[in-house]
Design a protein around this ligand. Structure first.
Ligand code: FAD
Length: 596
């Protein structure tokens, strides 16, 4: 049986020591967010995730969500777990207090996302999608819609969905055919087929609020003609209870590789009553509010599963006895040494550990910048944060989920043949983590977003929000006790700068060149961005050691060693990736489809 313990020491190190919770407290609206409050919230999250969600992870995978006659049943225990999750106030953790939310920082939501994804990704999909619906409605809904639905979504009493995909339209939302026809009373009749809708139907809540992309009769073609509509499963009564059944039915649930407890539904809308969210034809703008938050959440899925896989791989590596250490027996009293003595096993564990801790720091940093966007009094500082979050969103989504999947695979490999056997739980993390590379825009599409939109945006202003502080960080550390790490980061950073110049220059002449370089470029970006966080963490750890860390000496020493591992063993991948980019797209584009 796998196990999970919330890595609270690591989480607190990032929040309190590296990023500084006092930065949060300085933001208007967060005056109450003391370090003690943060710690109390973290303890509460850890308890629910460890004791309620994690024990349901394997049964959720084995039983899955099932459908009969349009009714979806979640696995045993999910309903009770959902009730506990809602009682703890987690759906509304960072939501607007005007609608019953706790108004806590988004940084803490990032922590919650990590722990939920670590313990039960399938379960996390239900509140995850609900939060997305909340965000779009909060930003763009009319007052009537907000009053009718927001409090229910914030409390978790009703759940939400995001209905974009159609059988012929996934990445290319401009070609959707779902129609929304005015009903004459301000509402619309929505008709069409949506597929792959997460939590499109289930038994956790008495009502489900679908946010649906559709086209109005006078819609211009393409993405400029998409509208967003709110379509509830049950039309609410005057007093806010689920009333008449609306024209939306679940006609099937997919059989999937992973996240089996999360029902992935085919939904049929037949003249379902719906209301516009935002302006006609401007639905994509509202949907992007959901999608950007959801992309960061999906990034946390890669990280979360990697964390659990690592914890179990580490324990197994300490327990499993096979062969002797290369330099002689480490445990002569035993028939063989624990496999953690072997350099190759350690290489895998260090790869996972350095990714987990570095990616966590980057994710929480992005979370804190999102709090700045919401609460900072200075518009210039808010703009700065908005630029950085926009730039890093595709990086977090794609880099975290690519490396998260690789990491879950390393965890499985650490178990040898036992990793391939279901009861040990490691293969579930590999299967569950695979989807995160696909949904919310595939990772290839994230790379195109980074290269095609974010790089040239505002004459490179978004890019400068990352490049400038990274350059300053490297300069700052280039003389002192971390100069080797700064030098290594500097080399990776130079590759990122070279890649940027090459893409901008060649991509202007031939867009296929930018497309051919995009995925490798995004990976370099992720390597450097996590590297920058490692340099910051190493600085804090080094200062703590210099001041006398006492019982925490091993903890801080481990941070410095792991930072060095990332800089010297992982970040150099940037050199090979840059060589691929420099080779250009000619060989990629040369063959006619028939010649493949
Ligand atoms: C388990 C699961 C849950 C999901 N949940 C939801 C949900 O809740 N709501 C929802 O609306 N959808 C959901 N989806 C759908 C998901 O978002 C889409 O599957 C995804 O966006 C990709 O679309 P597609 O499957 O049609 O692939 P396609 O768009 O057909 O893409 C196929 C391949 O072509 C590549 N490609 C396409 N266009 C380009 C391009 N311009 N440049 C480079 N490469 C390109 C893609 O990267 C991909 O590798 C879910 C899917 C799954 C499997």
């Amino acid at each position: 049986m796998p196990a999970y313990r919330a890595p609270l020491d690591d989480i607190r190190f990032v929040l309190h020591d590296v990023l500084g919770t006092e930065q949060l407290r300085a933001l208007p609206g967060y005056e109450e967010v003391t370090p003690d409050l943060v710690d109390t919230v973290l303890d509460g999250m850890a308890q629910v995730c460890e004791e309620v969600l994690f024990p349901l992870n394997q049964v959720g995978d084995q039983v899955g969500s099932t459908v009969a006659d349009g009714v979806v049943t979640t696995p045993p225990g999910f309903k009770e777990a959902y009730a506990t999750f809602c009682e703890a106030g987690f759906p509304g953790l960072s939501c607007d207090p005007a609608y019953g939310g706790q108004g806590l920082p988004l940084t803490l939501r990032a922590v919650l996302d990590e722990m939920v994804c670590s313990t039960n990704l399938s379960f996390g999909m239900f509140p995850g999608l609900t939060y997305g619906a909340y965000e779009a409605l909060h930003a763009y809904g009319s007052d009537e819609l907000k009053d009718a639905y927001l409090a229910k979504l914030v409390s978790g009493e009703w759940a939400g969905t995001m209905c974009l995909t159609e059988p012929h339209a996934g990445t290319d939302l401009g070609i959707i055919t779902t129609k929304a026809v005015p009903a004459g009373d301000g509402a619309y009749h929505v008709t069409g087929s949506k597929i792959f809708i997460t939590a499109g139907e289930h038994d956790l809540t008495p009502n489900i609020v679908h946010l649906v992309l559709a086209k109005l009769p006078d819609a211009p073609p393409g993405t400029k003609g998409i509208s967003l509509l709110l379509v509830p499963k049950y039309l609410p009564t005057e007093d806010g209870r689920p009333g008449t059944r609306n024209g939306v039915t679940c006609v099937g649930v997919e059989h999937k590789m992973g996240i089996k407890a999360s029902p992935t539904c085919q939904l049929q809308f037949d003249n379902a009553k719906g209301w516009l969210v935002g302006e006609p034809h401007k639905g994509l703008r509202a949907m992007f509010i959901m999608m950007n938050g959801a992309r960061l959440n999906v990034g946390m899925q890669g990280l979360g599963l990697s964390v659990t896989s690592y914890q179990n791989a580490l324990q197994y590596a300490k327990d499993r006895l096979q062969m002797r250490a290369l330099k002689g027996a480490a445990r002569p009293d035993q028939p063989a040494d624990p496999i953690i003595v072997h350099p190759d096993v350690r290489r895998g564990l260090m790869t996972m550990k350095s990714f987990n801790e570095g990616a966590r720091a980057l994710a929480y940093h992005v979370g804190m910048e999102m709090d700045v966007i919401l609460h900072h009094p200075d518009p210039a500082r808010r703009q700065e944060a908005e630029d950085l979050v926009a730039l890093l969103t595709p990086v977090v989504k794609a880099f975290f989920t690519d490396v998260g999947f690789e990491s879950a695979n390393i965890g499985l490999q650490t178990y040898g043949g036992h990793g391939y056997i279901r009861e040990y739980g490691m293969e579930q993390y590999v299967r569950d983590s695979r989807i995160a590379q696909i949904y919310e825009g595939t990772n290839g599409v994230q790379a195109m977003d980074l290269v095609g939109r974010k790089l040239p945006a505002e004459m490179g202003r978004l890019l400068r929000r990352f490049f400038q502080p990274t350059h300053e960080l490297i300069e700052r550390e280039s003389q002192g006790d971390l100069k080797d790490l700064a030098e290594a980061l500097g080399q990776g950073f130079r590759r990122l700068q070279q890649g940027t110049q090459l893409i901008l220059a060649k991509g202007m002449r031939d867009p296929n060149e930018a497309g051919a370089a995009a995925s490798e470029y995004l990976r370099i970006f992720g390597l450097v961005a996590v590297g920058a966080m490692w340099l910051r963490m190493a600085r804090v750890a080094q200062d703590k050691l210099a001041a006398g860390a006492g019982p925490k000496e091993a903890f801080y020493r481990s941070k410095v060693v792991t930072a060095k591992f990332w800089m010297t063993r992982i970040l150099p991948q940037a050199h090979g990736l840059m060589a691929s980019i420099a080779a250009g797209g000619e060989t990629i584009m040369a063959l006619e489809p028939d010649a493949f």
